[in-house]
Design a protein around this ligand. Structure first.
Ligand SMILES: Cc1ncc(COP(=O)(O)O)c(C=O)c1O
Length: 361
């Protein structure tokens, strides 16, 4: 018998969410972000599920890019952080990866590279996030230098990243976009600015390429709007089974530290899922778990391999009952908010112990 905890990867949800991106940004090409193992869903699983619907894939590092190529993913694969050593440039050219250059030292590596095949590049501009990117003052010169290199093929796409797109009203978004437009004025190139939040709220930022990540997986990038209201569907359902049931008397404490104390005679179900499976250790008492069609409240601290849930009011629960930790109901954003984090962290942090079961449409 296998451990009952598993994450079903819902290809129909992924494909539906690409459709939402297309609807919102009908003229843009889609660079789907599958870094951090496809936000925990399995990069190859995600890429093969949507490769016919998108125009390329973005990853954080060369290892992630090569994993896609090893699994037969063709077309553009963008290294968002660019090369991390001079050696990676040859490897990127060999595998036809696109380098996003954001620092002078990366430009120098490229200038010094003796490549057999030329490489495609994007050029990242620091418009105010101050994490990666060339300063606006040096962009025109850098763009020209890049274009003059024999080892660079095509015209570099000019790109930047919003620091606060998840707060659409924040004036810093306009400031960044205005800085971008000033910087690229007169340079003949395609543009890319929008992550999920900008795709959903800033149509002017869509430009030639959008770069959706979290929304592809069905999460809302906003704290004030849920994914259903954005028309998104979950791409993962994390579920497990009840492995034990016990009755506790009023006043008895349950789990590590005795955090939850029964306010009445209660029935407690123990489930095979814990922080070792990706469920957040900081989930508070009351966090909903869907069992036998009803929301049961978490009762007691999350352990590495188990949680305890108050099922007093759900008499149908028995050993073997399936329970949903996140999926449609509750959704991952709800669990994340209750636990003081964001759904991005929960999904990207899913450990390998939890099997991903691909469910085709
Ligand atoms: C440069 C860049 N573009 C796009 C994305 C996708 O962002 P989101 O998952 O919010 O859509 C990320 C994610 O962190 C990123 O770093």
């Amino acid at each position: 018998m296998a451990r009952p905890c598993q994450a079903r990867i819902l290809c129909s949800g992924l494909r539906h969410n690409v459709g939402v991106v297309r609807q919102r940004a009908p003229s843009a090409r889609i660079m789907a972000c599958v870094k951090a193992d496809g936000y925990g869903h399995g990069a190859t699983t995600v890429a093969t599920s949507i490769s016919d619907l998108v125009d390329g894939f973005a990853v954080a590092c060369i290892e992630e890019a090569l994993e896609l190529r090893d699994h037969g993913i063709g077309g553009p694969v963008l290294l968002l952080e660019g090369p991390q050593s001079a050696d990676e440039i040859g490897l990127a050219a060999e595998h036809q990866l696109t380098l996003c250059l954001s620092s002078p030292h990366q430009l120098q590596w490229l200038t010094d590279a003796d490549l057999q095949t030329p490489v495609s590049c994007w050029l990242k501009i620091d418009t105010g996030m101050h994490r990666l990117g060339f300063a606006p003052e040096v962009v025109a010169d850098t763009f020209e230098r890049l274009q003059a290199l024999r080892c660079v093929t095509g015209t570099p796409v000019l790109c930047s990243h919003f620091a606060r797109a998840d707060s659409p009203e924040d004036p810093a978004n306009n400031t960044q976009e205005a800085c971008f437009d000033r910087t690229v004025a007169g340079l003949d190139a395609a543009h890319s600015l929008a992550n999920s939040a900008a795709i959903l709220t800033r149509p002017d930022s869509h430009r030639a390429w959008v770069r959706p990540g979290y929304m592809l997986y069905g999460g809302s990038p906003f704290t004030h709007r849920d994914s259903v209201s954005l028309g998104l569907r979950p791409a993962m359902e994390l579920s497990t089974a009840v492995i034990g049931i016990r009755d506790v008397a009023e006043g008895q404490a349950v789990g590590y530290g005795g955090r939850w104390v029964a306010p009445r005679a209660s029935r407690i179900a123990t489930l095979a899922v814990g922080y070792g499976d990706g469920y957040p250790r900081h989930a508070p008492d009351g966090t909903p778990v869907l069992i036998e069609g009803s929301a049961a409240p978490l009762a007691g601290r999350v352990s590495m391999d188990m949680i305890t849930v108050d099922v007093t009011d759900i008499p149908a629960v028995q050993v073997g009952s399936r329970a949903v930790l996140w999926g449609s109901e509750p959704d991952v954003d709800t669990i994340a908010q209750l636990s003081g984090t964001i759904g991005y962290e929960l999904l990207a942090g899913m450990p390998s112990r939890t099997p991903r079961i691909k469910e085709s449409p």
